[in-house]
Design a protein around this ligand. Sequence first.
Ligand code: NCD
Length: 304
Amino acid sequence: MKHLIDINDLSTQEIDEMIAVAGDIIEHPEKYCEKCKNKKLATLFYEPSTRTRLSFEAAMYELGGNVLGFSEATSSSVAKGESVSDTVRTVGAYADIIAMRHPKEGAPVAAIRRATVPLINAGDGGHNHPTQTLTDLLTISREKGRLDNMTVGLCGDLKFGRTVHSLINAMSRYEGIKFVLIAPDELRIPDYVREEVLEKNGIEYVETTDLEGSMPQLDILYMTRVQRERFFNEEDYMRLKDSYILTPDKLENAKEDLSILHPLPRVNEISVAVDDDPRAAYFRQVEYGKYIRMALILKLLEVK
Ligand code: NCD
């Protein structure tokens, strides 16, 4: 039985296959509408979510399956003190596959110890978010026609932003990728990402605080929200929250074929005036999230 806890649970070949399946789903949705008939997906969300939970649910419905679950821990037995491992073992009796989001880093690892069905990590604290990464990879591949040979700028909260950690990990596997890591000093990427992913694999990267100065070289600009819920105090958050705000004038020196991504939700970091720029890909990215999750469900349920 295969779970998806970390993006490293998937080989590059498996990722590329899923991107191809998602592309086929986009072109021929009718071929897939009964693939998961009589199957159930449980979504166990201990943390707020709009896109991740609803795209998983829409994905399962579009595959002809059904959905059950909770979107607030307070409405389940978790409120009585049940462990994630007991909850996941229980839900395995009712569902064929589980997507779980949890505020604690490593919670999915504890959860799979007694799991009887495949478990998907839909975000664990400030750690990982592999299905957002699959979404990002599908988006980049559809927007640019490739996943290699490009300069990827990541901007904002690179410390607590779990989507950033998983994305660096995944993109590092492709040829000719260079990262420009744009963040205030306090929100630089964690040491383990720098040492164990970038340095260990000899990936080219620079760390800077300068968004506008970096702009001309970027093929991808991945903006992120400052992760308020992971801060220890409100004062630090207030000081850092508007570190970067992307506005049309900051795009003046950007490449014409730049793609701007954001996992969303956006707070202030991209002005709504940017939304109509054809380079703004973040609402297309939302749609791709559903298709890649369809491909992932098919893969983990071993549906041909
Ligand atoms: C992200 C998350 O939950 O980590 N959102 C998402 O899943 N699309 C990004 C964020 O919350 O800032």
